[in-house]
Design a binder for this molecule. Structure first.
Ligand code: ADP
Length: 491
């Protein structure tokens, strides 16, 4: 893999509304920068309420235009497939853009994110023409049938950790179901979402079907949630913002789906393949710099193997190369922003103050004297009551907690307000399934971690939210509504 970008990406700087670039009405811009160097990549138009309104009107226009509203499902499928092809053709460029904007390694952007984005659009291309209602046997001389119809205008608000992937998770099914979309990317990482809008137009999506309005959450995001002509909000982000969105959306009774934070337990039993478990736990927390909602940030380890495990994980963490995200040797890229770095380091301090044992990392570092980097961090002897065991850090910080037996593991695993994911490492298949059924989490990985597929639903229990991304049923549940039609047959 090249150590410098093999392509120089086009950097979009304006809003994407009705298949055209536009400036923000108020003329405002914000800087998006490369977290690995601090260099400003672009001054991007900062959408506000007026811009969101323009985008919503464009989306509503598409919903009323026969070109989109009346488009055959087969043609929608074809467009989604073409969009996947276009994304694939530009994968090098888009992955480079993602890495420059987010700080994640080029390996992750190019080998994981982009292929999964492409696959996502292909999967939902397959869904587009398989959306249908039922014929229902009702009493009386009536024919009753249901239609599954689009919701209308869907606002998709996504965070900065997987900018293009999470946009795809929402935009692909929303479009497959025939909705028009206004996408609000995170202010830290607006670039690939804007390219997505442009590519959608290029392959033939009509005006207004997909609009992209970058801007701040408190301005563009809030305006989208408030807008009376938006039918639904599909959100991925932090739990506090999810709560605020739900409160605000109540005013106009929008359908809301929320994929929120997590403090996911990764549970290692003494009978596990310990080498595999160390690898899996390490990926579970260090992949994506730990800026992953499903990160396995609480590592629960059975007492009998606890000391060995602590040692092995610490050794692995110490070997995790922090560096230039474009370098093929780098495993841990740059933390997305200075603010996020401060937050992570604040939690490291809190862990130390609370008496957890720092066995690896915990240090800020730089590359060529620049950038927001932190070393892979492992705390041992963490008490479940400590802040680092309760709060989402969203950084490469593992909290190791010993447990005594299965019941103890399940009790600690569920001792959280979150319920996004859980990992289980054991060779005992019965135990694995028992724990899987007892853990309150939307996804459980057994002897693996961080597996995703467009066909398998992903979302939270408890304060990790509700509604599922990915999967056929989830798409229908989330992006369509059911109309019941009655026909009198005796007159
Ligand atoms: P993170 O902690 O991952 O940055 P946030 O929840 O702050 O997550 O942000 C996720 C997305 O939500 C971003 O696109 C952000 O701009 C947006 N956002 C933040 N605050 C609001 C808000 N009050 N209303 C709507 N969107 C918001």
């Amino acid at each position: 893999m090249p150590s410098t970008p093999s392509v120089t990406p086009t950097i979009p700087e304006r809003l994407w509304i009705a298949n055209a670039w536009a400036d923000a009405a108020g003329g405002g811009t914000f800087a998006t920068s490369n977290p690995a160097t601090g260099e400003v990549l672009a001054q991007v138009a900062a959408g506000e309420a007026e811009d969101v309104d323009r985008a919503v009107r464009a989306a509503r226009g598409a919903m009323e235009d026969p070109e989109w509203r009346g488009m055959s499902p087969h043609r929608r499928a074809e467009l989604l497939w073409k969009l996947a092809d276009a994304l694939e053709a530009e994968a090098d460029e888009l992955a480079t853009l993602e890495t420059l904007d987010n700080g994640k390694t080029f390996f992750e952007s190019r080998k994981v994110d982009l292929p999964s984005v492409v696959e996502n659009f292909r999967y939902f291309a397959g869904v587009a023409d398989k959306i249908q209602g039922n014929t229902i046997p009702v009493a009386g001389p009536f024919l009753n049938y249901t239609l599954r119809e689009p919701l209308g205008v869907v606002g998709c608000i996504v965070p900065w950790n997987f900018p293009l992937s999470l946009a795809a998770w929402k935009v692909a099914p929303a479009l497959a179901c025939g909705n028009a979309v206004v996408l609000k990317p995170a202010e830290q990482t607006p670039l690939t979402a804007l390219r997505l809008g442009e590519l959608a137009a290029r392959v033939g999506f009509p005006e207004g079907a997909l609009n992209v309005v970058p801007g701040f959450g408190s301005k563009a995001g809030a305006a989208l949630v408030r807008h009376p002509d938006v039918d639904a909000i599909a959100f991925t982000g932090s739990t506090p913002v999810g709560k605020a969105i739900m409160r605000e959306a109540a005013e106009t009774l929008k359908k809301v789906s929320l994929e929120l934070g997590g403090k996911s337990p990764n549970i290692v039993f003494a009978d596990a393949d310990l080498k595999a478990a160390v690898r899996g736990v390490s990926t579970g927390i260090f992949y994506g710099k730990g800026e992953v909602c499903a990160a396995g940030s609480r590592v629960l380890v059975e007492r009998a193997v606890y000391d060995d495990f602590v040692e092995a994980l610490a050794a692995r963490a110490q070997k995790t190369t922090v560096g230039d995200p474009m370098s093929p040797d780098t495993r841990l890229g740059a933390i997305v922003s200075e603010q996020q770095l401060e937050r992570v380091l604040g939690y490291v301090e809190s862990g130390k103050e609370d008496g957890a044992r720092l066995v690896a990392g915990g240090e800020r570092t730089t590359v060529d004297g620049r950038g927001n980097f932190v070393t892979a961090t492992v705390f041992a002897d963490v008490d479940p009551a400590m802040k680092i065991a309760r709060e989402e850090i969203f950084g490469p910080v593992a909290a190791l907690i010993p447990f005594e037996d299965l019941d103890d593991a399940v009790r600690i695993a569920n001792q959280t307000v979150y319920g996004l994911a859980a990992g289980i490492w054991t060779r005992d298949i019965g135990k694995a399934h028992r724990v899987a059924s007892q853990v309150r989490a939307g996804t459980v990985w057994i002897n693996t971690y961080n597996q995703y597929d467009s066909a398998s639903p992903f979302g939270g229990y408890k304060q990790s939210g509700f509604g599922r991304d990915l999967g056929y049923d989830s798409a229908l549940e989330k992006y369509t509504q059911v109309k019941s039609v009655w026909v009198a047959m005796d007159r």
